[in-house]
Design a protein around this ligand. Structure first.
Ligand SMILES: *Cc1c(COP(=O)(O)O)cnc(C)c1O
Length: 386
């Protein structure tokens, strides 16, 4: 089974470009709202770093999600797209002063603080403005996730968050400060997680922490469990949406929320991953002695995930119904890692055929670079092609 694309319109458009199936995006957002809405106190944010295309941000904002930002630029992008300031949270290990000042000026909902020196700076900058910054602490729960080593974040060895043993003293410090208000705990254990057991393990750890803090009469209004839900890169047509029901049910079953607590989620990949494809044209078919290459006009500058994480993306020749042949699909960049797939079957390729690199909606367009003086790929939504 192949995806369905407006080929006629593609022929009028310069490749490579991203194409977003906004019907699928909207259906995904409806499912998220339905499944999260079944549980009291669940609140979903979108992790802007997965894809900050303004048209997508606008659709996501209209669905009522909040925005999880990791830079001042993302805060600005979220505000421009219409996200209300009181639904914006700001995470990241290295917040600069201008970014903190921007977040203070815009009165965002919460800073997710990752270290004591950062807390000191937020307190100081808030003081200068005569403001009180709401802060949550990102705790490193030391929970491993069954995913690629480059994208696990919740282990003691990772740079993210505050160690559990320091948690109480850091909260004590915040409570004693005049210009910050402690409002909750934040976690994020990694990305592309498909084993619900990993999320259950996080819940168990949070339950322990809550008990420990309650014994010291620390009250927690908000718990933020981050994102990390994975998508099916192998079957984008058969499984166009992750199992949001199982995901939210896992938290509802395992996390012991107290009365009045809000549980925040920050989903990135699972919201936008499957709706995006990188569309490229076959430039040349080159036959080697042992193999043949489909050389396409998209490269690692347009989609870096295969080169960076050895990530798999399904590739389809959407112009051809010829019999299958085996190809290495490679880009034009002067790097040996500029390979999208090795020894995959595609309908026989000819110069000018369109190929779709699927499941590229998350960490695709946003990570594009201008290496080799390449032009950044444009992003089109289905509405642009009607
Ligand atoms: C990257 C990130 C997310 C989103 O992760 P996904 O795997 O795309 O869902 C959420 N929260 C934080 C703090 C992040 O850094």
């Amino acid at each position: 089974m192949k995806g369905v694309f407006p080929l006629g319109k593609f022929k009028e458009t310069d490749t490579p470009f991203y194409y977003y199936d906004t019907d699928l995006l909207r259906a995904t957002l409806r499912t998220i709202n339905t499944e999260a809405g079944k549980h009291e106190g669940f609140c979903v944010h979108y992790a802007v770093k997965a894809n900050a295309n303004p048209k997508l941000l606008n659709i996501i904002c209209q669905a009522g999600l909040g925005a999880d930002c990791v830079s001042g630029g993302e805060i600005q992008a979220a505000l421009n797209a219409g996200f209300p300031n009181d639904k914006i949270v700001f995470a990241g290990v290295g917040k600069s002063d201008w970014e903190i000042n921007l977040a203070l000026d815009k009165n965002i909902f919460c800073f997710n603080v990752e270290s004591v020196p950062e807390l000191d700076v937020i307190n100081e900058l808030a003081c200068k403005k005569g403001k009180v910054a709401r802060v949550a602490f990102r705790i490193n729960p030391n929970v491993g996730a069954h995913t690629h080593a480059n994208i696990t974040t919740g282990l003691a060895e990772n740079k993210f968050g505050i160690a559990m043993e320091d948690m109480e003293s850091v909260i004590g410090k915040a409570v004693s400060m005049e210009n910050v208000k402690f409002i909750g705990l934040h976690f994020h254990i990694g990305s592309q997680i498909l084993d619900m057991g990993d999320f259950a393990a996080l819940c168990n750890r949070i339950n322990e922490l809550q008990k420990q803090l309650e014994a010291h009469h620390v009250e927690i209004e908000n718990i933020n469990v981050g994102g990390g839900l994975g998508i099916d890169y192998t079957h984008p047509n058969k499984v166009p949406m992750p199992d949001f029901k199982a995901y939210f049910d896992t938290y509802a079953r395992h996390l012991k929320l107290r009365k009045g607590q809000t549980l925040h989620f920050e989903l990135g990949r699972s919201v936008v991953g499957q709706c995006g494809s990188l569309i490229s044209k076959v430039l040349y078919v080159k036959k080697g002695t042992a193999k043949q290459f489909a050389i396409i006009d998209a490269g690692m500058t347009d989609l870096i995930r295969p080169a960076l994480y050895q990530a798999y993306h399904k590739i389809e020749n959407i112009s051809s119904d010829c019999t299958m042949q085996t190809y290495d699909v490679v880009g034009p960049i002067c790097e040996s890692s500029d390979v999208f797939a090795k020894a995959i079957d595609l309908n026989e390729c000819h110069r000018g055929d369109f190929v779709a690199i699927r499941s590229a909606g998350a960490y695709g367009e946003i990570m594009a670079s201008g290496y080799n003086c390449r032009i950044l790929p444009k992003g089109y939504i289905a509405e642009d092609m009607r």
